[in-house]
Design a protein around this ligand. Structure first.
Ligand code: SF4
Length: 575
């Protein structure tokens, strides 16, 4: 089946299926979304206006049996940061979209009236239907209704009330194989989908299989690749304890941001740790291992049950647990799990929203540690869109501006996640220089700063951090183009067979002969394309800075500040 570009114009309600321009043919995932956004979106446009576009792109290997290759990239101009944005997530959509022959799905324009719509993607194209029943409904109700309304178990991409209300922290949510939710979480692209008045997209492939240029070479490469993933100790820890294995590790390092980034360690860390979570799941009959899409061999996801043994949430990630836990001083894992479930249902980024609650606690809106209060406000304010709910739903920066808080952990208005840049300096360079606001996944220096993967760079010294962040950001941009989950990076950094096997997979899939240098050049191209978009949108190097308090307020227990000068940060772009 030939890949094509599927385009939907929501202004005049037309759909087209187009050939792939030659210059886009070698791209997938983030490389493709950023290429299309840079080519077709006016960088100065309003992110929620008709000139912004929302681009969905499976990775280059999505839809194949390559291990861990089912990530779907979504791109556009972010209503949270004002920069270019790509958010990728698991679930079944990338694999089924690829099997429909969708190289990219582009939503453009905006309906003139206030009706809502759904889109149905098949190999033949896209159809648009008016939607009334599911408007205003949470994500879980959407999935439940569609499980009976639609045949053939399609992939579902949806927005919850946050996206409908165009909150700047709104997710795009994707059904996972068990009917749970995976989130394309950061940067508020759910609000862009809401601005186009699309409530959900279904994706139903036919029987056609993806063509593999050299099936035998592909199988052999996949065997080597999957073995490298499974054998790596970090993969094994992720499979046992989930990403939440990091709570105790980051707490021990003194880099676990606590009480709205005023301390580097949380006294309640044991109660919310991966080890405690693992034991609780076992006791209550949940699942310690779970995959967010078929073909994942690491299985870092899990299903967490409540005290009565009923499913409470799934895909319960370290960053979400840290944000509602240590940052808001909530040490009750059940309260955090309930908040996680509510945020999945509302369709809102659990990092941005929880950090926003941390700032709201500093402003005195709630007491630190009040997990039940957070759940109540999520239900009564954020889900229904009260004034306060919208302030929170627009992110940590919005709360800080509204209540005059000066300790607001954001870069380019996006909340800083679960690693304090004063105690883990490499990640501070990533937060500052990322083309998309503070985001640990853009260049995960924790691997080398804390986990000693790919070598070791002391987290408390400046030496080597800019180079580390640069190399990882370049590699990540390339990985984000393949459809691979970022957790392949641990094996790729340590196992000398892993990266060549990934390149072999790409070559066998398309009948090409990429080299490692080509992959590095792809990563560089993506970063530069994204930066150029941001410059045209009005961003400068002065936006590549951390908030003032990181330079002024020493963080316990190491009593360190972030001490990179602007000139030192700017050397990141010397490539
Ligand atoms: S390792 Fe985790 S995030 Fe990656 S594909 Fe598997 S379940 Fe999804």
């Amino acid at each position: 089946m030939k890949d094509r570009i599927f385009r939907v114009n929501l202004t005049d309600m037309t759909t087209t299926v187009e050939d792939v321009p030659e210059s886009w043919a070698g791209h997938g995932g983030r490389g493709l979304t950023s290429t299309i956004v840079a080519a077709e979106v006016d960088p100065t446009c309003h992110p929620l206006g008709p000139k912004n576009k929302l681009v969905f792109a499976p990775g280059l290997l999505s839809g194949t049996v390559a291990a861990n290759s089912g990530r779907l990239s979504v791109g556009g101009k972010s209503p949270l940061t004002g920069t270019i944005k790509e958010a990728n997530g698991g679930g079944t959509a990338a694999q089924l979209m690829a099997r429909c022959g969708v190289k990219a799905l582009i939503l453009e324009g905006q309906p003139a009236d206030d009706k809502w719509f759904s889109l149905a993607v098949t190999p033949e194209g896209v159809t648009i239907e008016e939607e009334t029943e599911l408007v205003g409904k949470g994500n879980f109700a959407v999935l439940e209704t569609l499980s009976t309304r639609l045949e053939n178990n399609p992939a579902i991409i949806t927005i919850g009330p946050a996206g409908e209300m165009k909150m700047a922290a709104a997710n795009i949510s994707i059904k996972d194989p068990d009917g749970g939710i995976r989130s394309n979480g950061r940067g508020g692209l759910g609000a862009v989908m809401g601005s186009k008045r699309v409530k959900f997209i279904s994706v139903t492939p036919g029987d056609a299989k993806l063509e593999i240029a050299d099936p035998e070479a592909f199988k052999a490469a996949n065997r080597t690749f999957a073995k490298a993933l499974v054998d790596h100790p970090v993969s094994q820890a992720l499979g046992q304890y989930g990403t939440n294995v990091l709570v105790n590790i980051i707490n021990e390092s003194g880099g676990l941001p606590t009480k709205n980034f005023t301390q580097g360690q949380f006294e309640g860390h044991e109660k919310i740790s991966g080890e405690t979570m693992h034991d609780t799941i076992k006791e209550r009959g949940g699942r310690v291992k779970h995959n967010c899409h078929p073909g994942c061999v690491i299985q870092c996801s899990q299903v967490y049950h409540d005290a009565d043994g009923k499913k409470l949430t799934s895909g319960f990630e370290y960053e979400s647990i840290w944000a509602m836990g240590a940052d808001c001083c909530v040490d009750n894992l059940d309260h955090i799990a309930m908040a996680d479930k509510l945020m999945d249902d509302i369709g809102i980024d659990s990092i941005e929203t929880s950090v926003a609650f941390g700032v709201a606690m500093e402003a005195g809106i709630l007491e630190f540690g009040d997990g039940e209060g957070v759940c109540r406000m999520l239900k009564e304010d954020v889900a229904t869109g009260t004034g306060l709910g919208r302030v929170i739903g627009n992110g940590a920066g919005s709360v800080g501006r509204t209540y005059g808080v000066t300790r607001v952990p954001v870069v380019k208005n996006q909340a800083i996640p679960a690693y304090d840049p004063r105690a883990i300096k490499g990640i501070g360079i990533t937060y500052a220089t990322s083309t998309q606001g503070a985001d640990h996944t853009m260049g995960y220096t924790i691997a080398t700063n804390i986990l000693n993967v790919g070598g070791a760079v002391d987290p408390l010294t400046k030496e080597g951090q800019v180079e580390l962040s640069r190399n990882l950001q370049i590699a990540t941009a390339a990985i984000d183009s393949t459809g691979m989950c970022l957790f392949i990076a641990f094996a790729a950094l340590d196992n000398e067979e892993c990266l060549p096997a990934l390149i072999d997979l790409l070559n066998a899939r398309f009948g090409i002969s990429l080299t490692a240098d080509d992959v590095v050049n792809l990563g560089k191209y993506i970063l530069k394309t994204e930066r150029e978009f941001n410059e045209k949108a009005g961003f400068t190097n002065l936006d590549d800075r951390l908030p003032e308090f990181f330079y002024n307020e020493p963080l316990s227990p190491h009593n360190v500040v972030f001490d990179f000068s602007g000139e030192e940060i700017d050397t990141f772009w010397d490539f």
